[in-house]
Design a protein around this ligand. Structure first.
Ligand code: FUL
Length: 454
């Protein structure tokens, strides 16, 4: 079953959330904070959807589950972390609470938690085991805490639920050491009182900033990282990391203009808010044995990597633990294959060590030229901007020649940002140039690599 966040956000029709006020410095082009830069450099993170749905075989629980059903007898968070590391991921995000309200830690705010489960006699704490395992494998730990809670009796009584939610966040952000990313879903619904919950986003974001100043916060509306606008693994093209904060004023805002803003960002946007691409290795977000044969093949995963990390985004790939509490052997193998394929694609860089002649040719244009020493077949190019200083390139072409006279266009594209990867018809070339045809400021030197591509 595939469920889109957007469909849900629409169905839940949440129009009434607090708008987040941004501080914007006029005239200064946006660039990442240290945390946003570290987040982007992770490139790949794993998402772990785990909870009562794993045991009820559902995607969305209703909050009426018996907590006793949660009993992952072989739970091994070290296996999650080792798998992530072997797959090349540098961070993991766990659903500490999904829409059913069931908490994977013992929350003093609710009884709908592991404390009432059969697992470890009710004394277990998945969030603790998860964060410990991440640290042992030197991976960064992030947490998803669903704002929509179908179990909490105070949901829909907006001020009381905002207190409840902030208290749960406080538990998560004070008990487990550094948390690198806090993931907010824009989903919203009605509470038992028939009233729609109005989230106090400014308060929620402020609390995270205070308790975990180095964490990035993800939601449709940032404030640090934005959703890419779909769950198909495809970031926008173009994909600017700058945005106009007014275009997506609160998490869960809906409409075509919102999706376009999430997909593409805004070259003239005043705020740095890069796009995260979340998608699942399986059709659903939670584990379902019936989907064991439907794990995405490695070529599809490579394609997703190319349309996310290769399009100035970060890939958050969901790999759900099974009822035993481990990642399934098929998913583990698929992640290892993904890493092996990427390693082999980028193994030999024909441009490595070759001097690059970089010329600014106009206010918004430039050319980089490299002589590869001999004609080689290339079919893949990697371009990178130094995003610590912001994002600049708006349009470029890659050209090559084998004989020094007859230049052929190999690829063309729009934005570059952290990384842009183009695959094209394998072509023999000895000289290659990257022509920056348009930019939002004077272009700075690009880094690039050229590969066979197969
Ligand atoms: C959505 C949720 O409704 C899905 O269950 C999943 O957690 C996805 C990542 O976000 O909004």
């Amino acid at each position: 079953m595939t469920i889109s966040r957007r469909d849900f956000a629409r169905a839940a029709a949440c129009a009434l959330a607090g708008t987040v006020v941004e501080k914007v410095k006029p005239g200064v082009r946006p660039h990442p904070s240290a945390s946003q830069l570290a987040w982007q450099r992770d490139e790949l993170a794993l998402f772990l959807h785990f909870g009562v749905n794993t045991f009820t075989d559902r995607e969305w629980g209703d909050g009426h589950e018996d907590p006793a059903i949660f009993d992952p007898t072989q739970l091994d968070a070290r296996q999650w972390a080792r798998t992530a590391k072997a797959g090349g991921a540098r961070a993991l995000i766990l659903t500490a609470k999904h829409h059913d309200g069931f908490c994977l830690w013992s929350s003093r705010l609710t009884e709908h938690s592991v404390a009432r489960s059969a697992w470890r006699g009710g004394a277990g704490d998945v969030v603790r085991e998860f964060t410990d395992a991440c640290r042992s494998e030197e991976l960064r730990a992030g947490l998803y805490l669903s704002p929509w809670d179908r179990n909490a009796p105070v949901y829909g009584d907006s001020p009381r639920y905002n207190d409840f939610y902030c208290d749960q966040l406080t538990e998560l952000l004070t008990r487990y050491g550094p948390i690198s990313e806090v993931w907010f879903d824009g989903a919203n619904g009605e509470g038992p009182n028939g009233r729609r919950q109005v989230y106090d986003w400014p308060r929620i974001f402020g609390l995270v900033r205070r308790l975990q100043p180095r964490a990035v916060m993800f939601s449709d509306a940032g404030p640090d990282v934005r959703w890419c606008g779909n769950e198909a693994g495809v970031a926008g093209d173009p994909n600017w990391s700058s945005v106009d904060p007014a275009a997506v004023p609160y998490p869960g805002a809906s409409g075509g203009a919102v999706i376009a803003a999430l997909q593409h960002g805004d070259p003239h946007g005043a705020v740095w808010r890069p796009a995260e691409t979340d998608t699942s290795i399986r059709p659903g977000w939670f584990y379902h044995a019936a989907e064991d044969e439907r794990v995405k093949p490695v070529d599809q995963l490579v394609g997703i990597w190319l349309t996310s990390v290769g399009r100035n985004s970060k890939l958050l790939l969901n790999v759900p633990p099974t009822r035993d509490g481990v990642l399934h052997a098929t998913d583990v193998a698929r992640l290892a294959q993904l890493r092996a394929q990427l390693t082999s694609l980028f193994a030999e860089d024909f441009a490595a060590g070759r001097p690059v002649d970089w010329r600014v040719t106009g206010r918004r244009t430039a050319v980089a030229h490299v002589d590869l020493g001999k004609a080689v077949t290339i079919g893949l190019a990697r371009l990178e901007e130094d995003i610590a200083r912001g994002q600049c390139v708006a349009r470029y072409a890659i050209q090559g020649t084998a004989d020094g006279r007859d230049w052929r266009e190999l690829a063309r594209g729009t934005t570059v940002g952290y990384r842009k990867v183009d695959r094209f018809e394998p072509t023999a070339a000895r000289n290659v140039r990257v022509v920056v045809e348009d930019a939002v400021a004077t272009p700075r030197p690009l880094r690039f690599g050229l590969y066979r591509g197969a």
